[in-house]
Design a protein around this ligand. Structure first.
Ligand SMILES: C[S@@+](CC[C@H](N)C(=O)[O-])C[C@H]1O[C@@H](n2cnc3c(N)ncnc32)[C@H](O)[C@@H]1O
Length: 252
């Protein structure tokens, strides 16, 4: 193991010489630069599956999970108290990690299946119309509940679709898919179609990979396609043991 002393240190700049009101702006600028340096160092030291994903998606090191979490916390509290219990909704950390991947990969065509807090999170933080969004459900009742929550919060409501419409005339190509649709059998069965819609280099985020039967079925499917998969357990593990995987579609 590399000694801590031999690990690269961020270029921390001393702010000591810049005391007094005259240097306030410069001091603040240097402090912000130091914070960025320390943040990058922490990311660079990440190990395990997250470290492997950072190597595959270098832009991830520049995304700040705590910033995204802070921006979603109130919506998460509202959604899980007014619409759906937390155990049924995607976790905050799962949505934040998916959003980090959107930012890091430059994904512009993004879908979440099934609808719910994941739809709220994407629509709150990807409000720019440059992002094309779809939120999909195989249950019209839950899709309507998602639509109503979005409407009350004045969040964008375009691209809400029932699964049948999405499958038959939805988008042909997507850059990132957050997959949390319906029951676990449905979820396994729709994988080939989702894979077909995923652009080369695109990312499929799979929720609920803690379920052994589903995980095995996913692994069997992934063995038939060209991909690189990463467990996000370090980042998305929650109190119910749930965690996600990220799967990158390799170019052929
Ligand atoms: C795990 S949920 C999807 C959760 C969604 N991605 C979210 O972040 O809230 C899977 C499916 O269950 C249904 N569903 C959503 N919320 C539910 C709830 N509170 N109780 C029962 N079913 C629910 C929807 O039809 C959805 O497609």
């Amino acid at each position: 193991m590399t000694s801590a002393l031999r690990q690269p240190q961020p270029d921390l700049i001393s702010i000591a010489p810049f005391r007094g009101p005259f240097h306030r702006k410069r001091r603040n600028r240097l402090m912000r630069a130091n914070e960025r340096g320390a943040f990058r160092l922490a990311q660079a030291k990440a190990s395990g599956e997250w470290g492997r994903l950072l190597a595959a998606v270098p832009g991830l090191a520049d995304t700040d999970a705590s910033l995204l979490t802070g921006r979603l916390q109130r919506l998460y509290a509202a959604y899980t108290s007014q619409v759906s219990e937390a155990m049924m909704a995607a976790s905050l950390s799962a949505c934040v990690t998916a959003l980090q991947l959107v930012k890091a990969t430059g994904a512009k065509r993004v879908a979440d299946l099934g609808s719910g807090f994941s739809s709220v999170a994407f629509r709150a933080l990807l409000a720019d119309p440059a992002f094309q969004l779809w939120s999909v459900d195989d249950d019209a009742f839950w899709l309507a509940r998602t639509g109503s929550f979005l409407s009350k919060r004045s969040l964008r409501q375009d691209g809400l679709m029932v699964w049948q419409d999405f499958a038959s005339h939805g988008p042909e190509t997507l850059d990132l898919i957050f997959h949390d649709l319906g029951d676990m059998v449905t979820r396994r069965n729709v994988l080939p179609l989702l894979w077909q819609k995923l652009a080369p280099g695109g990312v499929l985020v799979l929720d609920d990979m803690h379920k052994p039967v589903y995980r095995k079925a996913v692994q069997t499917f992934l063995a038939t396609v060209r991909c690189d998969s990463f467990s996000l357990q370090q980042k998305t593990g929650d109190q119910w043991g749930r965690y996600d995987w990220a799967v990158i579609k390799l170019t052929v």
